[in-house]
Design a protein around this ligand. Structure first.
Ligand SMILES: NC(=O)c1ccc[n+]([C@@H]2O[C@H](COP(=O)([O-])OP(=O)(O)OC[C@H]3O[C@@H](n4cnc5c(N)ncnc54)[C@H](O)[C@@H]3O)[C@@H](O)[C@H]2O)c1
Length: 324
């Protein structure tokens, strides 16, 4: 029975929606996070917040024991912020992951869910990018996600249940908002500038709504061990070209123009998430349009007073704080 859930990186964009949901569902939650982008988590009797670094082994030895499950989200979590300081990023995204998994297993954590990324596939010619295709990551961010998957899979056994999720680009409103993710970027531009700038536009992006992303983590906690052990699942729907997403945004926000400029960013991803639906019965309830709608409401409701604030952009915050 899972009661105590440890969420490293739980103060981030996904964590800020996931943690309240875990609490609502009766779990005791512990967040370990550097709070790089601030702390939006509300106090709760069943929530423990630890400000700390996943690279701190003593902290891991202290805080992991007692957890029944880990949902691992802590990360320098996109290509540009990874590239800002590759050595630092590797130390967080990969080096620290090895002892984390070891300590978790040693302390009888029963279930370990890892947020990998759909970008581990690289660019595929196949229309259906399924979990059995080879991984050809194009960037170090994606390369080390793939390496973490390997480490975790090696440790999986009947007492250490491992599930890897490869999420598409997440979209929608979170109290710890990111405005550096495709749908969110385009919606912000539409609302605050009246003009969407599309770089290239032919690149494909699969998407997952933040409510589906967080529902999925919760869903995985509730499934029986044998259904999810040593399993890898894509989680992304609505594979669209960036220029198509721009059109959807334009159709939902009045008086918006689209400007297209050339780009040498050829990262183009699509995924098939048929496996998670067929095997686990998980289907998304939301989509891009809901994300745009929610973001529009959040802007109009004054929840995002200054969309230029660096806290909404991982790379700008990382540049400003000079993390060592
Ligand atoms: N958001 C997406 O579109 C997306 C897509 C695919 C995969 N993912 C993965 O999902 C996870 C969550 O993504 P997110 O969008 O919430 O990212 P985020 O950047 O908003 O959150 C990451 C959190 O990790 C924390 N963190 C970073 N380094 C740390 C360290 N050394 N010690 C402790 N905490 C640290 C940060 O403070 C932040 O709160 C990440 O692993 C990311 O790679 C996200």
């Amino acid at each position: 029975m899972i009661r105590n859930v440890l969420v490293p990186g739980g103060a981030g964009y996904v964590g800020a929606v996931l943690v309240p949901k875990l609490l609502e569902n009766g779990y005791n939650v512990k967040v370990v996070d550097l709070y790089i982008y601030g702390d939006v988590l509300n106090p709760h009797p069943n929530l423990v917040e630890i400000k700390g670094d996943v690279r701190d082994i003593a902290l891991l030895e202290r805080e992991i024991p007692g957890a029944d499950a880990v949902i691992h989200l802590a990360c320098i979590s996109n290509d540009p912020s990874y590239e800002l300081n590759p050595e630092l990023s590797k130390s967080i995204n990969y080096d620290a992951f090895i002892p984390f998994v070891e300590i978790a297993k040693k302390n009888e954590v029963k279930r370990f869910i890892f947020a990998s990324s759909a970008s581990v596939y690289g660019i595929k010619k196949e229309e259906e990018v399924t979990e059995d295709l080879s991984l050809e990551p194009l960037t170090d961010y994606s390369r080390y996600k793939a390496k973490c998957e390997e480490i975790l899979m090696k440790e999986a056994d009947d007492n250490f249940i491992v599930t890897i999720v490869r999420p598409a680009t997440v979209c929608g409103y979170s109290p710890r908002l990111r405005l550096d993710l495709t749908v969110n970027i385009l919606t912000n531009q539409a609302i605050n500038k009246g003009e969407i700038t599309v770089f290239g536009g032919e690149q494909m992006r699969p998407n997952i709504h933040i409510q589906d992303m967080t529902d999925l983590y919760l869903y995985l906690l509730k499934l029986p061990n044998k259904k999810i052990n040593k399993k890898i699942y894509n989680a992304g729907w609505e594979n669209y070209k960036v220029k198509e997403i721009a059109k959807i945004v334009q159709s939902m926000i009045s008086n918006v123009s689209i400007k297209t400029v050339p780009s040498d960013d050829n990262r183009s991803y699509r995924v098939s998430s048929r496996k998670i639906t067929d095997e686990l019965g998980f289907t998304p309830k939301y989509g891009i349009k809901d994300a745009i709608f929610d973001l529009k409401n959040a802007f109009e409701g004054g929840k995002i007073p200054d969309s230029d604030d660096i806290k909404y952009y991982n790379i700008k915050t990382m540049q400003a704080i000079n993390l060592k």
